[in-house]
Design a protein. Structure first.
Length: 264
């Protein structure tokens, strides 16, 4: 696996915190110039950018809503205008609504549309914009979609979220098929990710209980963290050049111990 990205360029959407921030910092540590994207937390994004710059790379910070196609195109144009290339895109920006799956009245059509607009349409629009640049490069490019184990087992913060991540995995297959041979498209499916995002959405007490339960039921005895998910993303960017259309589960092996629910 390559460990030198000097002179290369990556866009990481939703990178003001969590997985996105960890990915930007990891790529920067390997010499990659990065575009930090945020939707509302500018100060946090600037702090991530400062951390990346300490590695001696160039960094751009952009507040762009990936649900808007014009802002996706502008985000890619910003990178191309600055560096003349784009080697990697990490579609990490995501949103949800925390609603128990049994509460069918807890989700509206508007909730689904908002979640899909970011988690699915946003990733598509960013991919389309990035592809236009990557196809022109001899080196092509790599795109990684950050999905979730919710995509493959129907759990997670809400049914709308699980459905959107399932759509993202399916879209990864379609895009991998049509963007080759120059551009590779893969997805990762993290399980429970320890960190502030889930703690805020679930509340302290439930977060602690679920975190422990997930850790205890994983063969490796660990949950994912932003840093370990970033390592998985790097695997697809820097790893085998013959891999595309694949989905990597990042959950400490917990999915191995989950028994499908069968209703009779």
């Amino acid at each position: 696996m390559r460990n030198d990205f000097s002179g290369q360029v990556a866009i990481i959407t939703g990178s003001s915190s969590g997985v996105g921030a960890a990915t930007a910092e990891l790529l920067a540590s390997l010499g990659c110039n990065v575009v930090i994207n945020y939707s509302s937390k500018q100060q946090a994004a600037e702090e991530v950018a400062d951390t990346c710059r300490r590695h001696g790379v160039e960094v751009l910070v952009s507040g762009a809503d990936v649900a808007r196609d014009d802002q996706c195109r502008e985000l890619v144009k910003m990178a191309q205008d600055r560096w003349g290339r784009l080697d990697a895109l990490v579609n990490n920006a995501g949103t949800t609504k925390f609603v128990d799956h049994s509460n069918l009245e807890g989700l509206s059509a508007e909730d689904f549309q908002r979640i899909y607009a970011v988690n699915v349409i946003g990733a598509y629009q960013m991919t389309r914009a990035a592809n236009a640049v990557m196809q022109q490069q001899d080196s092509g490019g790599s795109i990684v979609n950050v999905a979730s184990t919710a995509a493959i087992n129907g759990i997670g913060s809400s049914i709308a979220y699980a459905a959107s991540k399932g759509a993202l995995v399916t879209m990864t297959l379609s895009l991998a098929r049509v963007l080759g041979p120059r551009v590779r498209v893969n997805a990762i499916c993290p399980g429970f990710i320890e960190g502030d995002w889930l703690r805020k959405g679930m509340g302290d007490q439930r977060y602690e209980a679920v975190m422990k339960s997930n850790r205890d039921s994983a063969p490796l005895g660990v949950n994912a963290t932003p840093e370990t998910v970033a390592e998985a993303i790097l695997h697809f960017i820097a790893g085998p050049s013959v891999v595309t259309g694949e989905t990597l589960i990042v959950d400490g092996g917990r999915h191995l111990n989950q028994v499908p629910l069968v209703r009779r």
